[in-house]
Every structure is written in C-alpha cells, then in structure tokens.
Ligand binder design. Structure first.
Ligand SMILES: *[C@@H]1O[C@H](CO)[C@@H](O)[C@H](O)[C@H]1NC(C)=O
Length: 330
C-alpha cells in the first residue's frame, strides 16, 4: 500500500475515534434506560394504603416551585393548588426571580456570575432547582405538573428523578435529601457546561436543562456503579396517566421556540438522522479518497494530479511529492 493511503486510513480512524469518544456519553444515553434503578410500581404503596406511614422519611417535607414573580398565570394556579392541598404538612417555597438571585448570592456566591450571565431566563429557572435541592432537600415540581396523590412514598429514596422519552432523565420533578452527591456534582458542573450552541433550544437543553442533567447522570453512575448513593428513577407510568401515578400533566413548557420542532422531529427520527449522518460522512470520505488519494496510485490525468496538489488535508505530503517531481525534472 502507498504511504499516503496508510496516512489517509490512519487519519480517518483517528477522526472517527475522536468523534465517538466525544459523543460516547450521548450515544450511551440511547441504550441506558435506567431500569436497574427504577422505583418499581410493586414497591410503591397504593395511594391510600396504610403501608405509606411505615416507610422511612429521608427527604424533608418541602415542595419547591419556580416562577418569575408571585403572580402566577391562571392556568397554573390549579396544578399549584393541587400540590399544596395534598400536602398540608409540607413547607411550600415558590422561588421567584428575585428570591432565587438573593439565595444564590447568599449561599453559592461562586455561581452568581454564571447565574447572572445566562442568556435565557429558563436557564436560571433550571439552575435554581438544583441549588435549592442541594441546599434544603425536598421535592421540586414544575408549575405545569399538578399532584395526583400524596408524594410521601417518594420521601423514602435519598434521590430520585424522572425518566423521559426518547432518552435520558428530566428535571421537571425531582427529589433529594440535602447535600446529595448527585446534586452536588450537578451544581459543581454547571459552570463547565455553560456553553452556547447554534440553536437556543440546544443551548438551554445542554447547559442547564434535561440533556445536561442526563449527561451528569451518566457520568455520576459510571463513577458510582453500585450502592446506596444511586439515583432512583421514576418511570412514566408511575409519573403520569394512571390513577396511582403521582402527577398530572397540564400545559406544555412555556418557553418553547421554533427550533423545538426541528429537534423533536430529529429525536423522533433519530435512527434515520444517525444513518443519514453516517452516509454523508462516509460519502465525503469516499470523495476525498477518489479525488485526492487514488489518482497518485495510478498516475492519471493532469487535472486530477492538479486537484491532488491542492488537497487541503494533505498539503504537506503533496508539497513533498511535487518537490521530488521537480528534482527529477532538473
Ligand atoms: C409578574 O410577571 C408577569 C410576567 O412577566 C408580569 O406580567 C406581571 O406584571 C408581574 N407581576 C408583578 C406583580 O410584578
């Protein structure tokens, strides 16, 4: 084999390995469904069962929610009331923008600069929920989720989050004891993940939202393969849709933008998108090989040789070749 073919193959393998290494956690999200950490329906007492009071209470009885200010829109007052009414013995905390900023400034001053610098308000709404869970513990619930039954049985797990489709976990309802190592890792990682991507939706998802939390969850699980510190997973059937589910879902997210449709379409057709990506990638490699590499093996038309000498990826090799050619001609 010619030297430049070997170089081409090696570079291709290196690029592919680098790409796979970088997205490995993302790829693994497609295959890991969290079922090994599931809170199974069989272990949860029925809504009015006496068995509920026999379970340990690890998580403090606090419900956290977030909104811009105290004046909630009408359509969210119903869900909010359903959670407050079912939990008369819980403390209720509504984190307004003002209270959230004061809390970060007082308790986590190292994060204030990142917090203030987020370009989208929803990023602050995402971040504050991880901090209050780390600081106070309790249960965070999105305002568009109402409560269908008492959350008491979920107080028995040191930390839990909700599984979401098509992949990963969500941050719309979560519970934890104060200073749980998973939420410690989460708040610790926020500054590092504060990057901007092309679409606002991806920026929000990957810097503070469910995609960010899912990636942290994968890293956390890799570092804690067994033991009591695992994060338990609430599956959709326990979450919604049944008489014994914990929550009821109301209106969709309030901040969705135009790019959401594209992302949801890609998520729905992820297999096709992945295959298409590979087809385009390998077609490009094939083109590069055909135009720039193969003509050197069977010295062909001057046109192809000229194209090869302009090859952007292999400039050093081609310049060396041209130099040798010149010397032969002298
Ligand atoms: C609360 O925020 C909403 C939405 O931005 C705004 O319309 C409303 O005037 C605010 N209410 C108060 C009391 O500041």
């Amino acid at each position: 084999m010619r030297k430049n073919v070997v170089a081409f193959v090696l570079i291709t393998i290196a690029v592919l390995a680098f790409a796979v290494h970088n997205v490995w956690i993302l790829i693994s999200l497609l295959f890991v469904d969290g079922s090994e950490d599931a809170i199974s329906r069989a272990e949860l007492p029925a809504p009015k069962s006496g068995a509920i009071s026999e379970r340990p209470q690890l998580i403090p009885k606090i419900i956290h929610q977030t909104y811009i200010n105290e004046s909630l829109p009408e359509h969210w007052k119903g869900p909010q009331k359903s959670c407050i009414d079912l939990h008369p013995d819980y403390e209720y905390k509504l984190w307004t923008d003002k209270k959230a900023r004061e809390f970060i400034a007082a308790e986590y001053p190292w994060f204030l600069e990142t917090f203030d610098g987020y370009p989208y308000p929803i990023q602050r709404a995402d971040a504050i929920r991880y901090f209050v869970l780390h600081h106070f513990g309790g249960i965070y619930i999105d305002l568009d989720d109402g409560c269908n039954r008492s959350l008491d049985p979920l107080l028995a797990y040191p930390a839990w989050v909700r599984r979401t489709t098509p992949t990963g976990i969500s941050n719309d309802a979560m519970g934890a004891v104060p200073r749980h190592p998973f939420f410690l890792k989460t708040i610790d990682s926020l500054p590092e993940y504060n990057r901007r991507w092309i679409l606002p939706y991806i920026t929000v998802m990957a810097s503070t939202g469910p995609l960010f939390l899912s990636i942290i969850w994968r890293h956390y699980n890799n570092a804690n393969p067994v033991g009591a510190e695992r994060v338990r997973i609430l599956f959709p059937a326990e979450y919604n849709h049944h008489s014994w589910s914990f929550f009821t879902h109301h209106l969709g997210n309030s901040w969705h933008n135009n790019d959401v449709r594209l992302i949801f379409w890609m998520a729905k057709h992820w297999l096709m998108v992945t295959i298409l990506g590979f087809v385009i990638g390998f077609s490009l490699l094939a083109c590069i090989y055909t135009v720039f590499i193969r003509p050197r093996q069977q010295p062909g038309s001057p046109k192809l040789r000229a194209a090869y000498s302009r090859a952007p990826f292999y400039r050093r090799i081609s310049q060396k070749d041209i130099e040798l050619d010149d010397r032969h001609e002298v």
